[in-house]
Design a protein around this ligand. Structure first.
Ligand code: PLP
Length: 490
């Protein structure tokens, strides 16, 4: 069963939690009990089998048919090969490549599955005839969600992205999506403004009632939705199994995991994996210049009142990190009163400070660091020079933070980096880092040059993007989002 981080909801089934996306009057759904599993039981399974086992633990009420369809997505025509998440050895690090799905970012690992979970889940919310998925994206969730939900009967999807806050490839991927049920909207504002507005709509009784008249219920494909986090737990077990299979670790040995972090979803999935019994020593949270999280782990203060930077890792340009609420719920020993207070303060004052016990526990579970723009470029350059491996800027943030962690801690535990995007999604930045003299402002030319320079193939979903027809898209300001939705859907 699932409960609210803010203690403001009755217990819900997993299906209800997924259908609702978030707690209707604020708060996020968390599992009341985190199931334990012996990872030894899992090591003979293929990826789909592993996913099936883990998803079933959290959603026992799901039908076998839905489960089969959900885990059936991890097949070669969608994820490149039999192994949807290969662990590649680069120097002393294991790089877990999570970007072999249709949109070349790790979001596919969950967003290909979510529509299947949601289809059955919606039936548990009786009043719903149609579902309107609202998505705020810092770049990658948008396209992955559009692909996942494209032409799914009974579902429509509207994606909001910051007009100048995503890469050229990310924007073109979204605006060229086919499908009659997809809507893409550019917002004059940053990701936090998009996300806050969308969350506000989920919590607005007036909007919910108005859309109910049109037979719509809202849901979310952002990682505030439990259905997004759940499939992400799987690949940490998968990474461990691969490291053990190739002899990098002995069975039962501890590993570290480093995650380039924005909304704290991906690293939270690793936290759940650890709580379920996966032998993890350190979880390391890596931020870019928008380092609100690493500052929190240093000071215990979460302060979003700070400059917002547009960086070369745009999918991490986030100051209000949604899933941090779930993490703090667990770190405060499930104290929903405290969580309620902190997040009310965040809304009214722009910051909050946790008590020393919560901070101590948070620090015990997660180490944190950040990398600036020069360090990201230098890390991409050095990794290519020394290992011939091409990092995307988000993964480079994690590699840099990892190296710093090694240097300061002296820890030599085998460490896995969650690699979240194909370098071709950010080809301009990557090319300029590896071979500055070849840099070009033309993003499409960058893709070609990066490919010929490195010998790496351009992922099929990114080929010919510049030739595709761009759909008509709406542009709006954050405050007009509710009106635009009414105009588009009612
Ligand atoms: C979404 C995203 C992240 C951040 O993941 P969170 O789950 O939001 O912390 C990092 N890198 C890339 C490439 C992403 O698309």
């Amino acid at each position: 069963m699932y409960i609210s981080t803010r203690g403001n909801s009755s217990e819900r089934t997993g299906k209800e939690a997924i259908a609702l996306g978030m707690v209707p009057n604020g708060g996020l759904f968390v599992p009341r009990i985190i199931p334990k599993i012996n990872w030894q039981e899992l090591k003979e399974l293929n990826y789909s089998g592993l996913a099936r086992k883990i998803i079933k633990l959290y959603l026992p009420e799901l039908s076998d048919r839905t489960l089969d369809q959900a885990v059936g997505v991890y097949r070669p025509d969608l994820f490149d090969s039999e192994n949807p998440a290969p662990l590649v050895q680069v120097g002393n690090l294991g790089i877990l490549e999570l970007w072999h799905g249709p949109t070349s970012a790790f979001k596919d690992m969950a967003l290909q599955v979510l529509p299947h979970l949601l289809k059955e889940s919606i039936q548990s919310i009786e009043e719903a005839e149609k579902v309107l998925i609202l998505v705020a994206t810092s770049g990658d969730t948008g396209k992955a969600a559009l692909e996942g939900f494209r032409d799914v009967p009974g579902i429509e999807i509207a994606v909001f992205y910051p007009e100048n806050g995503v890469s050229a490839v990310q924007e073109r991927q979204m605006t060229t999506t086919e499908g009659k049920n997809t809507f893409v909207i550019a917002v004059k504002g940053n990701f936090d403004e998009c996300q806050s507005k969308v969350k506000e709509i989920f919590g607005s009784k007036a909007m919910i009632d108005e859309f109910k008249k049109g037979k719509y219920v809202f849901s979310s494909a952002n990682s505030i939705n439990w259905g997004r986090l759940l499939p992400q737990i799987v690949y940490y077990f998968w990474a461990y199994a691969q490291a053990a299979a190739c002899g990098k670790i002995q069975a039962g040995e501890l590993i570290n995991i480093v995650v380039p972090t924005g909304n704290f979803g991906n690293i939270l999935a690793a936290y759940y994996a650890k709580e379920m019994g996966l032998p993890i020593k350190e979880l390391i949270c890596a931020s870019n210049q928008n380092n609100v999280l690493s500052e929190f782990f240093q000071t215990g203060i979460y302060n979003r009142l700070r400059p917002f930077y547009l960086t070369t890792s745009p999918s991490m340009d986030i100051l209000i990190s949604s899933n941090f609420e779930r993490f703090l719920y667990h770190m405060s020993d499930c104290n929903s009163e405290k969580v309620n207070l902190w997040f009310k303060e965040l809304q009214s004052e722009g910051k909050f400070e946790v008590d020393s016990q919560t901070l101590a526990k948070a620090r015990e579970y997660v180490k944190a660091g950040w990398a600036n723009e020069d360090e990201v470029q230098a890390t991409i350059h050095k990794t290519y020079d020394e290992c011939g491996y091409v990092l995307d800027p988000h993964t480079a943030v994690a590699v840099k933070v990892c190296q710093e962690y090694f240097d300061t801690s002296g820890d030599s535990t085998y460490t896995i980096i969650a690699s979240t995007a194909s370098p071709f999604k950010f080809a301009g930045t990557v090319l300029r880092s590896i071979a500055p003299q070849q840099g070009t402002e033309n993003e499409w030319e960058s893709l070609e040059r990066l490919s010929s320079l490195t010998g790496w193939a351009i992922p099929s979903g990114l080929q010919g993007l510049d030739q595709k027809t761009v759909n008509k898209t709406e542009t709006t300001v954050p405050s007009e989002i509710p009106n635009l939705l009414t105009k588009l859907f009612l």
